[in-house]
Design a protein around this ligand. Structure first.
Ligand SMILES: [Zn+2]
Length: 419
């Protein structure tokens, strides 16, 4: 555009588009045309100046006579005013006229606001509305202050109150945000009220805001000793004895803990430095099967010997008695005379309910007339284990245990073998 500016003085080197060179050679333009050219030149000069320093024709917006802001056009201003009115009505919950207080002025200015900025600037001017930095806890408004720093300082003071000498960091457990917003004037608790709400215990004993701290502590902790087991073939299975007692070691433990409201909610051992090693306990454990025969026989039940081994007379005839009878009360416990393997458990003719146990030396002991057998064929039993309850099943004259000892397939008098 500068190239098309008409010359003011000489006027014959450049020409505006609408001006034509006179046919009669090089001469100054007539005076009427010349004045017009000067006038145009001034106008163009102003445009050029505006372009050069970034000034534009603008619309100034005033609220109740006070300048609120400057925008590029009246359309933008109208849009911003309409938005401010809608927003104010929404905030206040009722129809609120903004446009009635608005006036416009045409002009030239260096700064232009966006439509959004103008809307905010208008809202700032309204008496019923205030712009606050509002604190929300889990989305709920707690209070607000004009100065964001005031809200931040309040939060920091609460955090600091929860710090201890071992605190590494602190943060709020609840979702806490400071949001700038327009609210109806006086509708939101102020800084003092907010502080009271945050630092006073509620009825249920909890606080509105809870501080989570991460603590790092060091302490001495015992290091548990390990236990070593050695087999001992002189003791029964299940038996044990301590050969060497263990001693604990010591370590310095560094623990990182997350505390909430004074309670440990998470913990992580960051480092363990051994000061002294533990020494192991050594324990001997028996390997001898419990069912292993000891090589001698205990009385299977305590009672009166009512019939010995050998010939006896019953009524008219005589018979040989291949065992001994021990008179007991019904249901009394019958025990294995020595350890071994149960080879028979069941009902067997005149013997009634009967049990046979084979011992390690090949001997078999036999227990008859039982009320109930408590073990099954194949079971391993130890000397003294209860295997049956006494009774009178089979051919029996009264409740008693009929006990036999079979050596190499021959029934012998068990009496001399019993201890
Ligand atoms: Zn008998």
């Amino acid at each position: 555009m500068e190239n098309t500016l008409p010359p003011v003085q000489t006027g014959n080197r450049h020409f505006p588009a609408f001006w034509q060179r006179p046919v009669s050679g090089r001469s100054a333009p007539p005076k009427r045309i010349r004045n017009k050219l000067i006038c145009i030149a001034v106008l163009f000069g102003i445009s050029a100046l505006i372009m050069a320093v970034g000034l534009k024709t603008t619309t100034s917006v005033l609220y109740n006579g006070t300048l609120v802001g400057v925008v590029e056009s009246k359309e933008i201003a109208d849009e911003a005013v309409a938005k401010a009115e809608a927003k104010a009505s929404e905030i206040l919950g009722k129809e609120y006229s903004v446009s009635s207080g608005i006036t416009y002025r045409k002009g030239i200015a260096a700064t232009n606001l966006s439509s959004e900025d103008l809307t905010s600037a208008i809202l700032d001017k309204l008496d019923s509305i205030q712009r606050l930095h509002v604190l929300t806890v889990n989305g709920k408004i707690i209070g607000g202050a004009e100065n964001r720093k005031d809200v931040e300082n309040l939060l920091v003071s609460i955090l600091e109150k929860n710090l201890s000498a071992t605190s590494m960091s602190a943060k709020f457990h609840e979702n806490t945000q400071i949001v700038q917003m327009f609210v109806p004037k006086g509708s939101v608790p102020d800084l003092t009220e907010m502080k009271k709400a945050l630092t006073t215990k509620r009825e249920d004993g909890t606080y509105l805001l809870n501080v989570e701290t991460v603590e790092e502590v060091e302490y001495i902790s015992p290091v548990a000793y390990p236990t070593q087991y050695v087999q001992d073939n002189t003791m029964l299975e299940g038996e044990s004895s301590t050969l060497t007692p263990g001693t604990n070691g010591e370590a310095i433990v560094t623990e990182k803990m997350t505390m909430l409201d004074g309670n440990k909610v998470n913990s992580e051992i960051k480092n363990t430095k051994i000061l002294s090693n533990p020494s192991p306990a050594i324990i001997a454990v028996g390997t001898v099967p419990r069912s292993r025969s000891k090589g001698y026989y205990n009385w299977p039940i305590r009672g009166l010997l009512t019939s010995g081994f050998g010939y006896r007379n019953i009524g008219m005839g005589g018979s040989f008695h291949y065992g001994i009878d021990i008179g007991v009360s019904r249901g009394a416990s019958i025990c294995a005379a020595d350890g071994g393997t149960v080879i028979y458990s069941g009902f067997y003719s005149d013997y009634g309910y009967m049990i046979e146990i084979r011992h390690d030396n090949g001997d078999v002991t036999r227990y008859a007339h039982n009320t109930k057998n408590l073990v099954s064929a194949g079971d391993k039993v130890a000397q003294g284990d209860v295997i049956a309850t006494a009774g009178d099943t089979g051919l029996a004259d009264g409740v008693h245990l009929h006990f036999e000892l079979v050596k190499s397939g021959v029934r012998v008098d068990p009496y001399p073998y019993l201890k």
